[in-house]
Design a protein around this ligand. Structure first.
Ligand SMILES: Cc1cc2nc3c(=O)[nH]c(=O)nc-3n(C[C@H](O)[C@H](O)[C@H](O)COP(=O)(O)O)c2cc1C
Length: 200
């Protein structure tokens, strides 16, 4: 149960296993802005994650506004296309990125960015655990998300970080779009059978 100031449009009463089983990356949201206190509370719940040596090496940025995020989307997309040869893992998405209708940031109205302090050895793991907390806490109140790896470079650029007050040495770990889904969540890609090395 959430304890902070949360605006609950919809309380799902999911248990944890159901929340894990029915989670999907959501890439189409309503234009609604999530209530600011609710987002801040989701971030706080993120910080309840485990962290190596309890370093809690995270810092967050909240972005809100469809137009604002669309502006970032435009620049991010142009940057990716210009520099695609530097990013071998993204080259498979060239076609999509060249499509003028494709929005790497899912035409979202809300985003949470999670930065980690590299002075802490486990910062990437810690920030990823915080992201997972946010993902699942949101689910309880009908708020879904998508981790957007496409944002990896743009949101970590010195220009963006300076603008948003992110200390220069902090490293982007997770950019997620977040919001109320525009349509019911469908069953997603099936999973491979787990490989259990000592049992298979
Ligand atoms: C590190 C990471 C990066 C991702 N980057 C993107 C992305 O840029 N765009 C996107 O639409 N989905 C992205 N995803 C979502 C994955 O495509 C998705 O998790 C995967 O296809 C499984 O689908 P599901 O999350 O619905 O179960 C990313 C997920 C992770 C964990």
């Amino acid at each position: 149960m959430m304890k902070g100031k949360i605006t609950m449009k919809e309380k799902k009463n999911m248990n944890v296993i159901e929340a894990i089983t029915t989670r999907r990356s959501v890439r189409a949201y309503t234009d609604e802005l999530i209530d600011r206190d609710t987002l801040v509370e989701l971030v706080r719940l993120g910080t309840l994650a485990a962290s190596g040596s309890n370093m809690q090496p995270w810092g967050f940025v909240i972005l809100q506004g469809k137009d604002l995020i669309a502006q970032h989307d435009k620049v991010l997309k142009a940057d990716l296309l210009t520099n695609l040869e530097k990013y071998p893992h993204l080259q498979q998405y060239r076609g999509g990125l060249e499509n003028p209708r494709f929005s790497p940031l899912n035409n979202a109205s809300n985003m949470i960015l999670i930065y980690g302090c590299p002075k802490s050895h486990y910062y990437k793991i810690d920030c990823t655990l915080a992201a997972a907390n946010i993902m699942f806490a949101g689910r309880e109140i009908g708020i879904e998300n998508c981790w957007v790896g496409f944002g990896e470079y743009y949101f970590n650029s010195p220009a963006f970080k300076t603008d948003l007050g992110v200390p220069e040495d902090y490293d982007l770990v997770c950019a997620m779009t977040i919001g109320y889904p525009a349509k019911p969540i469908k069953q997603g890609p099936t999973r491979k059978e787990p490989i259990i090395f000592n049992l298979d």
